[in-house]
Design a protein around this ligand. Structure first.
Ligand code: NAD
Length: 494
């Protein structure tokens, strides 16, 4: 079915046929062992999209047993074969992109165009890591004398992938694509509000040639299924993407088994514009830095730090553009889609209501909305808070919604201090035509990635990750393989 057929079916029936139900274990769907189920919602209509299995520790145990068997097979699959299979995965994702993108848009609330971009990026990730599968070589240092030695890179074993709801497919793929290239097996726990694309993808992997049991998906809550997975000693690496508080819980749970960890946590990323930057370029960059995916991006540019001379012009352009953004159901391809859940909408609203109570200047937005066509759904207006003090909670806490704070500076030292003024260090944008200013700021701002003159500049070939409370470890790029391999040294006397 094409995207248009799927959208027509959804609009006329209120659901999609064949949404996968059950955990995907050992190459097939299985209901939860205790029969428990949960609802997943279409946030653009605030109505149930479908039911899915609510996993328990027993389901996780079953998935880990499958992953043990899968690892034994996949570890010994020649790297050239792994490479060919991962290329087949990328091709199949492209062939089935319409279904994946429509389901992603419906389950998360994001616009169809954003979902299509995420699916295309996921195919690209498989292609990229397919090319690395047969190049994970060791080295042979010269020890002199009578010793010959070499190193080999081995897969770490079973890996666990705990995924959030804002990028359900691409966050999952940036973990499992390098894990599979390295020869690891995986058990995935998608977020409880976005279970379906992980299940579709797991089935697609098997059809592309990944042996059954290599990638397994257990759906359900973090407290039950997620916690059971990350504390299990059979898991040798946990890749967790989510909030700081849950990340700390995951660290604690992994500690007794000394399990490896990649933590991709929250952000409160600055976009710093110097006085010589073009106001229209800054306004457009800042608009999409915060309002893409309705602000539900860990690396969103949620703090605009403007040179005083730019403030009035940038703010007036930005407010005009923000007020003109079209909000609506994701499948209608508006500028901004829905907030992922009623719970998250209430959290975003609570942050802004508290800012209002503190007397902050809400220049635009500051309220929830519905889809203008249906009058339904969970939406929040693009919101801008002006001249916010550096110690205000709106500047220091992650809101994870379409809410931007604006601050001003006069000198570069002040800009750097404001940029580094939170516990997070994930992304930063710098706008200036002056290369020297840009590089000075890039060196001094603490962040995993810095983009100059285009907030979203970058690609899957570049490593991605955070510092301080934004986490540790790097995904994407060749660095993304490091978590999934360990080096063994072998030396022998000759
Ligand atoms: P969350 O921490 O509530 O949940 C993330 C995942 O963890 C979900 O799958 C959840 O079920 C699971 N989980 C919850 N408790 C668990 C436990 N005790 N053990 C194991 N798993 C558990 O986060 P969220 O609200 O889904 O996502 C939003 C957060 O994710 C934001 O803070 C955002 O910044 C962050 N995020 C970071 C990145 C990044 O790359 N740095 C990317 C996307 C999102």
């Amino acid at each position: 079915m094409t995207a248009a057929d799927l959208i027509h079916t959804y609009r006329t029936t209120g659901t999609l046929p064949h949404l996968p139900q059950g955990h995907f274990i050992d190459g097939a769907l299985h209901p939860a062992l205790d029969g428990a189920e949960m609802d997943s919602f279409d946030p653009g209509r605030a109505q149930v999209l479908g039911r899915f299995a609510a996993g328990s520790a027993a389901d996780v145990d079953r998935a880990l047993s499958a992953a043990e068997r899968g690892f034994a097979v996949w570890r010994d699959t020649p790297p050239a074969t792994r490479c060919r299979i991962l290329i087949a995965v990328a091709m199949l994702i492209r062939a089935e992109a319409d279904l994946l993108a429509v389901v992603e848009s419906l389950d998360s609330g994001k616009t169809l165009a954003e979902a299509q971009g995420d699916i295309a990026g996921s195919a690209r990730l498989f292609e990229y890591y397919a090319g690395a599968a047969d190049k994970l070589d060791g080295r042979s240092p010269d020890l002199g004398g009578a010793t010959v030695a070499f190193t080999s890179r081995e897969p770490v074993g079973i890996t666990a992938h705990i995924v959030p709801w804002n990028y359900p497919t691409s966050t999952l793929v940036r973990g499992i694509a390098p894990a599979l290239a390295a020869g690891c097996s995986a058990v995935v726990k998608p977020a409880e509000t976005t279970p379906f694309t992980a299940l579709l993808l797991a089935d697609l992997l098997v059809r592309a040639g990944v042996p059954a049991g290599v990638v397994n998906v257990v759906t359900g809550t973090g407290a039950e299924a997620g916690a059971a997975l990350v504390r299990d000693p059979r898991v040798r690496h946990v890749t967790f993407t989510g909030s700081v508080d849950t990340g700390i819980d995951v660290m604690r749970a992994a500690a007794p088994n000394v399990t490896g960890l990649t933590l991709e946590l929250g952000g409160k990323s600055p976009l710093v514009a110097f006085g010589d930057a073009k106001a229209d370029q800054v306004a457009e960059g800042a608009l999409w830095a915060i309002f893409s995916n309705s602000g539900q991006i860990c690396s969103a540019g949620s703090r605009l730090i403007l040179h005083r001379s730019l403030h009035d012009e940038v703010l007036s352009r930005l407010v005009e553009r923000a007020r003109g953004l079209r909000l609506g159901h994701g499948l209608g391809n508006p500028d901004m889609g829905a907030i992922n859940s009623a719970l998250h909408l209430s959290r975003v609203a609570a942050h802004v209501d508290a800012a209002r109570d503190r007397g902050l200047d809400i220049v635009t937005g500051g309220h929830a909305l519905q889809d203008p066509e249906s009058g339904l759904g969970w939406f929040y207006a693009p919101t801008i808070l002006d001249r916010v003090a550096s110690d205000d909670p709106a500047v220091r806490q992650e809101i994870f919604g379409p809410v931007l704070t604006v601050q001003v500076f006069d000198e570069i030292d002040e800009a750097v201090a404001l940029a580094n003024g939170t516990d997070f260090a994930l992304n930063a944008g710098i706008y200036t035509p002056d290369i020297s200013t840009a590089l000075q700021a890039a060196r001094r701002i603490d962040a995993g990635q810095i983009a100059i003159n285009d907030y979203w500049a970058g690609g899957i070939e570049l490593p991605f990750g955070g510092n301080r409370k934004s986490g540790f470890g790097r995904e994407k790029g060749l660095e993304g393989l490091e978590a999934y391999t360990r080096t063994k040294s072998i030396a022998f006397a000759v």
